[in-house]
Design a protein around this ligand. Structure first.
Ligand SMILES: NC(=O)c1ccc[n+]([C@@H]2O[C@H](COP(=O)([O-])OP(=O)(O)OC[C@H]3O[C@@H](n4cnc5c(N)ncnc54)[C@H](OP(=O)(O)O)[C@@H]3O)[C@@H](O)[C@H]2O)c1
Length: 270
């Protein structure tokens, strides 16, 4: 009998994670959802289980808690679920001048966007490598490649995941595991994102995507072994143009974009 294939997706109760979970379900993978213990988690679990002929299991917990990654791993081991696809999606960002955001917010951001992703990758790596074909997808952002002023810590967490993913991709090249990083531009998901997109003017709106547009591109890219997955034609064009510019000009343009969402008194002139 063929072994069942499970996809574990963190932050899958809503937003990009939910769309990635649904895309995995559509492709016949059994889904393991991990997110905060909220009604949305159970609602999404029920929706997926009643829409697709697959198993869907959910674990509600705060991933920023010290033992959470180990609890996630133990949950899969106790139930004898072999994770074939690990999607490190749960993460969040905040935008403002560096010193205007509470240090505790940065600590939680670095924990969720980096440490938790690394710990989950570390714990599941032996199991992933033991399979003839398996996949690890980390959530980056276009800001993994473009260092965005006024989002200094968020952009740094996404650079960290970018470097980690590219490096690990090469380290496991002679195994069945393929490691990718997903680098979306703005995606309409939560209220915070909506505020930033509104503030970002026509530029942000032009490259705006929906989670349901991003997910099929992401999973297709993951299964075809792409190192870096940038969804959306305009995003690829922007990254291409940006890479041709000298660094001071790149950063001046990014400063303008990064300032658009700030109240006028917080903007740097020039
Ligand atoms: N949206 C964008 O424009 C955009 C662009 C590029 C990259 N990204 C990246 O894509 C990923 C998903 O972003 P999104 O916009 O889809 O976010 P979202 O709509 O806010 O959803 C985040 C998901 O993560 C869960 N989550 C948040 N904190 C958690 C915690 N401490 N423990 C467990 N689960 C937690 C949330 O659960 P609850 O629903 O219970 O809160 C939710 O399921 C992030 O890594 C983000 O940085 C987003």
């Amino acid at each position: 009998m063929q072994e069942k294939k499970y996809a574990l997706i963190t932050g899958s109760s809503q937003g990009i994670g939910r769309a990635l979970a649904e895309e995995c379900a559509r492709r016949g993978l059994h889904v393991l959802m991990v997110a905060l213990d909220t009604p949305e988690l159970e609602a999404t679990r029920t929706y997926l289980a009643s829409t697709y002929p697959i198993e869907v299991h959910a674990l509600g917990l705060d991933l920023t808690q010290a033992t959470a990654p180990q609890q996630v791993f133990d949950w899969t081991q106790e139930n004898k679920w072999t994770v074939n696809v690990l999607i490190n999606n749960a993460g969040f960002g905040r935008g403002d001048r560096f010193e205007c955001i509470d240090l505790r917010v940065y600590q939680a951001m670095m924990r969720l966007n980096n440490q938790v992703m690394i710990e989950l990758a570390y714990l599941f790596l032996p199991q992933l490598k033991s399979q003839s074909k398996s996949y690890l997808l980390n959530l980056g952002s276009m800001e993994s490649i473009l260092p965005m002023p006024n989002k200094a810590i968020y952009t740094a967490t996404k650079h960290f995941m970018y470097a980690f993913s590219l490096s690990l991709h090469e380290e496991v090249a002679n195994t069945g595991l393929s490691v990718s990083i997903l680098c979306p531009g703005p995606v309409l998901t939560n209220e915070d994102g909506l505020k930033r997109i509104k503030g970002g003017g026509w530029g942000a709106k032009m490259i705006l995507m929906l989670p349901d547009q991003v997910a099929p591109i992401a999973i297709k890219g993951l299964f075809s072994g792409k190192r870096v997955i940038v969804p959306g034609f305009m995003n690829k064009v922007l990254l291409g143009i940006n890479s041709l510019l000298p660094l001071p000009l790149q950063m001046r343009l990014l400063r303008k974009i990064g300032q658009a969402a700030l109240p006028p008194e917080r903007r740097v002139k020039g």
